[in-house]
Design a protein around this ligand. Structure first.
Ligand code: GDP
Ligand code: MG
Length: 157
């Protein structure tokens, strides 16, 4: 018997160059991207328990007007920040737009924890007001950790 696993939609949002596409590629088992995302890229993650479409939304300001439409139907929205104080403060302004997505759980990823002068996940969480997880998206060994973060937040829907 073939068991159908439902497809779950996940959206990655955040400012430009914070690591959204690197996270999408990491989930797909690919190495880091070199080109900026134009509009939207869709990745796919699949294992025995979970199949998901990972929407990676271009972070440039000119695409932000499209976000709300692209995020529709997401079970999980991950707000990605590079964990610099400047970017975290900027990201805080995005929370309101994200909160308009009906039925989506919202979490934040405090990426680039390998870089100097970054806020840790707890500090980022205090500023953004949503559950925040530390990440280094360029380290492929963190892939399992990334998958666990997703599963943990889908299971309590
Ligand atoms: N040092 C470091 N660099 C990262 C990390 N994640 C992504 N990058 C780099 O940051 C740059 C922008 O990443 P990208 O995924 O294209 O950002 P996006 O615009 O949010 O999609 C690339 O050069 C990545 O290799 C990380 O955790 N640590
Ligand atoms: Mg990108």
């Amino acid at each position: 018997m073939v068991v159908q696993i439902p497809m779950v939609k996940i959206s990655l949002v955040g400012n430009g160059r914070v690591g959204k596409s690197t996270i999408r590629n990491m989930l797909e088992g690919k190495s880091a991207p070199t080109k900026p995302t134009i509009g939207v890229d869709v990745g796919r993650y699949r294992d025995d328990e979970l199949t998901c479409a990972v929407f990676d939304l271009g972070g440039q300001d000119r695409f932000k007007c499209l976000w709300q439409d692209f995020m529709k139907g997401s079970s999980l929205v991950m707000l990605v920040t590079d964990s610099s104080r400047e970017d975290v403060e900027k990201s805080k302004k995005l929370i309101e737009t994200i909160q308009k997505v009906q039925g989506a759980k919202i979490i934040a990823i405090a990426n680039k924890q390998d870089q100097a002068n970054r806020l840790n996940a707890m500090q980022v969480e205090k500023i953004l007001g949503v559950k925040t997880y530390p990440m280094v998206a360029t380290e492929t060994t963190r892939r399992n950790a990334m998958v666990s973060i997703i599963k943990e937040n889908l299971s309590d829907l």
